[in-house]
Design a protein around this ligand. Structure first.
Ligand SMILES: [Fe+2]
Ligand SMILES: [Fe+2]
Length: 279
């Protein structure tokens, strides 16, 4: 399996995607959540964003499994041997690729969750926050159904496994693609925010080596790797969508379900940012 560096969907144009993605000003909201805030708010909001991202590795792996199990849904009708018509694992592979990265099986050998924890604790170390103070600061990020998002993400990805109808799988694929699309925009925006407004903190994070098992990596790695891996995940999601549409029976209707899922994530992302700004 190869993820093409320049892949563009055969069915959904970049213009369609961009128009949907920017319809609720999600990126602008994200940037404004990190503008003109106190250190206490800054660490709390980083904590919320870390928390928001922590659920995705598991739900993405679950979606890959769910698609893989749907062998009767994604089929190649030109294969004349009925038992060999299934293509669901070919679709699932491009979703699973993102989960492989998240679980430390890709280029970087650390789980992204571990990198996120090291990043957050190192930000707190820079500001010399005690555990008690940091716990207080991150209280909101630990609250039940943080920012009203967790339940919606779980519902989007974790519907039951048994022979899901194709619309549900396509909606979930659209939701997943949008999550990768926004992650790329958000992490790049976050790095610019660090570079422009927190340069000393960024330098501290880049110099601070953190142990992960038998090896060490800079505490900044969570921020640094996500400015490139998310665009890989997004392109892989587009490749999964194209295969799913190719191997499902109605491409035009199928595309509508994908865009529905994409729009659902756009609304969720905007809600996340609004809740970050006004908890
Ligand atoms: Fe990640
Ligand atoms: Fe990702």
């Amino acid at each position: 399996m190869h993820i093409d560096d320049t892949y563009k969907s055969k069915y959904i144009s970049p213009e369609e995607i961009d128009a949907l993605a920017h319809s609720l000003q999600g990126l602008e909201l994200f940037k404004s959540a990190f503008a003109n805030i106190t250190t206490y708010q800054f660490v709390g909001r980083i904590g919320c964003y870390v928390e928001f991202n922590s659920i995705f590795p598991s739900v993405v792996a679950s979606l890959a499994a769910k698609i893989g199990c749907s062998r009767a849904v994604f089929v190649n009708p030109s294969e004349t041997v009925l038992s060999l018509q299934d293509e669901s694992y070919e679709v699932a592979a491009y979703v699973f690729a993102a989960a492989v990265d998240e679980f430390g099986g890709g280029k970087y050998k650390y789980t992204h969750r571990n990198l996120a924890k090291a990043f957050l604790s190192s930000v707190a170390a820079f500001y010399q926050m005690s555990s008690n103070y940091l716990n207080e600061c991150l209280k909101y990020s630990r609250s039940v159904d943080m920012l009203g998002c967790r339940g919606r993400i779980e519902r989007a990805y974790l519907a039951p496994y048994q022979d899901l109808p194709v619309p549900e799988l396509l909606v979930a694929l659209g939701f997943h693609a949008a999550s990768e699309y926004f992650a790329d925009l958000e992490f790049n925006a976050l790095r610019t925010i660090f570079e422009m407004h927190y340069p000393e903190l960024l330098e501290f994070l880049r110099k601070r080596l953190v142990s992960f098992g038998s090896s060490k990596a800079p505490a900044s790695q969570w921020l640094d790797i996500h400015t490139s891996v998310e665009s890989d995940h997004y392109r892989a999601a587009l490749m999964a969508i194209d295969l799913a549409l190719l191997y499902s029976d109605n491409t035009i209707l199928g595309k509508r379900f994908v865009l529905q899922g994409f729009s659902e994530f756009v609304r969720l992302q905007s809600q996340l940012c609004q809740n970050l700004i006004t908890p």
